[in-house]
Design a protein around this ligand. Structure first.
Ligand code: BGC
Length: 407
C-alpha cells in the first residue's frame, strides 16, 4: 500500500530545521576512521569482539554509518549531516567512508560491528555484495537500515531514499518538454545516454524512470542515438566517475558528431557524470546549439554549470530532508516505535514523503520504505527554489555553497 502525504515542500519551517545544523564538508581525517582490521569473507559471522556482543549496554547508543565515498560530494554532505543530527539527539556516531570499493566497505562494516555499534546505516557501494558481512551483523543482533541505495539482503528491512524512478522520470520529462517531442512532426533529434554505475541498484531505477518517458520517442524514431549505445549496461559509468563520463562522451562526440551533426541532448544520470559530459561537450563539440544535459543531486559545481548554461537540469535531492528522515526513522527504531506511515505525522515532515511497503525489494521481501520526492531544477527555478529557500548561498563569484549551518 502506498500512502501519499503531501505537504509544503521546503517551507520556512524546514529552512529553520536546517539552521542550527552544525555540520560542514568533511575531510578524510574528520570521519571517524580507525585502524583497519580485515574482513574475512570465508568466516563472516566469525569471532565477534566483546564490544560487538555488548553493543547496546554502554550508555549512549552508537550509530554506525557506512558511506560509499568521501570524495563524491553528496556522500560527504550526507555523512556530515547525519553525524551532526544524530549527535544533536544525544547519540554517538561512528562514521566510515569506503573509498568506493566493496572490500573497504565490507571491512568498514566488520569494524563497526566489532566497535560495538547498536545499529548500522549503510549506503552501499554494491547492493548485493554485503550479504556476508550482514550475516555478521545479524549474528551480533545489530539491525540495518539502507540509506539512499538499495541493499539486497534479507537482513535489511527498512529503506530511506528518494523515489528513484521519479529522479529519472524528471530527467526524461525535461528533455521531452524542452525538445517538444510531442510536436516534432517530421523533425528528429539526436540524444546520447549516460547511465550510472550498475553496481548501484539505484542506477537501474534512474535509467528505467527516464526510459519510461523517452522510449516511445526512441521507438518512433523521433529520438535517435547515433552512437547506437542505448542499453543500461552499454551506457553505464563505473563509479559514477566524472573522468569516465568525459572519456566516453569525448569518444562519442568525435566519432558520431563531427561539425554539422547536431547533438540535441544527453540524458545523464547524475551530477558527477554530468560534469564530465559538460567538459567533453565544451572541449569537443563543434555545434552552436546548447546541448540539453540532465543530472541529479544539485552538487555545487553543477549548479554553477546550470547558471552558466553548461548543464540544463538536475533532479535535486534535498539532503537536509533525506538525512532528517533517516535520523527520525532510526530514532523511532531505537525507541522501539512501529516503523510505518505514522512517522510522517509524528515527526512532522513538512515536505513530500511517500511510505511504501511494496516498491523496493531487498531481494527477498519488500523493505518498509520512506521515499522523498526529487525536484527538477533548471536555470529558471534554481535561485528561487535553492537559494531563496536557504539551501545554498550564491557567492559573489557566482559559485554556490551548501548551507549546513546558520553562517
Ligand atoms: C545516489 C545519487 C548519486 C549517485 C552517485 C546514487 O546511489 O542516489 O544521488 O548521485 O549514487 O554517488
Amino acid at each position: 500500500m502506498i500512502k501519499k502525504y503531501l505537504a509544503f515542500i521546503m517551507t520556512a519551517a524546514l529552512s529553520l530545521s536546517m539552521v542550527g545544523c552544525a555540520g560542514s564538508f568533511l575531510t578524510s581525517d574528520e570521519s571517524s576512521e580507525q585502524e583497519t582490521t580485515e574482513y574475512n569473507e570465508s568466516d563472516p559471522a566469525g569471532s565477534l569482539s566483546d564490544a560487538a556482543k555488548n553493543h547496546a549496554d554502554d550508555g549512549k547508543d552508537i550509530i554506525g554509518i557506512s558511506m560509499p565515498a568521501i570524495h563524491l560530494p553528496r556522500w560527504n554532505w550526507d555523512g556530515a549531516l547525519l553525524k551532526t543530527k544524530f549527535e544533536e539527539r544525544g547519540y554517538t556516531v561512528n562514521l566510515k567512508f569506503a573509498d568506493n570499493t566493496i572490500d573497504k566497505q565490507q571491512t568498514d562494516i566488520h569494524e563497526l560491528i566489532n566497535e560495538g555499534v547498536d545499529i548500522l546505516l549503510i549506503a552501499a557501494v554494491k547492493g548485493d555484495a554485503l550479504a556476508g558481512v550482514l550475516e555478521e551483523a545479524k549474528a551480533a543482533d545489530i539491525p540495518v537500515i539502507a540509506y539512499d541505495r538499495i541493499i539486497e539482503s534479507d537482513s535489511v528491512k527498512y529503506y530511506v531514499s528518494f523515489d528513484n524512478d521519479m529522479v529519472g522520470a524528471l530527467q526524461g520529462e525535461y528533455i521531452r518538454d524542452k525538445l517538444d517531442l510531442d510536436h516534432a512532426s517530421h523533425r528528429t533529434f539526436n540524444i546520447e545516454i549516460v547511465s550510472g554505475d550498475s553496481n548501484d541498484k539505484n542506477a537501474d531505477g534512474y535509467y528505467n524512470g527516464a526510459m519510461k518517458i523517452l522510449k516511445p520517442y526512441l521507438d518512433s524514431g523521433v529520438l535517435k542515438v547515433l552512437s547506437g549505445e542505448v542499453g543500461y549496461h552499454e551506457t553505464e559509468t563505473f563509479q559514477w566517475s566524472t573522468d569516465r563520463a568525459e572519456e566516453r562522451m569525448t569518444g562519442i562526440i568525435t566519432s558520431y558528431y563531427p561539425r554539422g551533426v547536431k547533438l540535441d541532448a544527453v540524458l545523464c544520470a547524475n551530477d558527477t557524470a554530468a560534469l564530465g559530459v559538460a567538459r567533453a561537450i565544451k572541449k569537443n563539440y563543434a555545434g552552436n546549439n546548447k546541448v540539453l544535459l540532465t543530472g541529479q543531486d544539485g552538487d555545487v559545481e553543477n549548479l554553477k554549470n546550470i547558471m552558466d548554461g553548461l548543464q540544463s537540469q538536475t533532479s535535486y535531492k534535498c539532503l537536509p530532508n533525506e538525512t532528517k528522515v533517516m535520523v527520525d526513522v532510526t530514532t523511532a527504531f531505537m525507541n522501539k516505535d512501529p516503523i510505518d506511515e505514522k512517522l510522517i505525522e509524528k515527526y512532522d515532515w513538512d515536505f513530500e514523503v511517500v511510505y511504501a511497503d511494496d516498491r523496493y525489494s531487498n531481494g527477498t521481501d519488500y523493505m518498509k520504505s520512506f521515499l522523498l520526492t526529487p525536484l527538477s531544477i533548471t536555470r529558471d527555478n534554481l535561485i528561487s527554489e535553492l537559494v531563496d529557500k536557504g539551501y545554498y548561498r550564491q557567492k559573489s563569484d557566482g559559485t554556490f555553497k551548501m548551507i549546513l549551518k546558520n553562517e
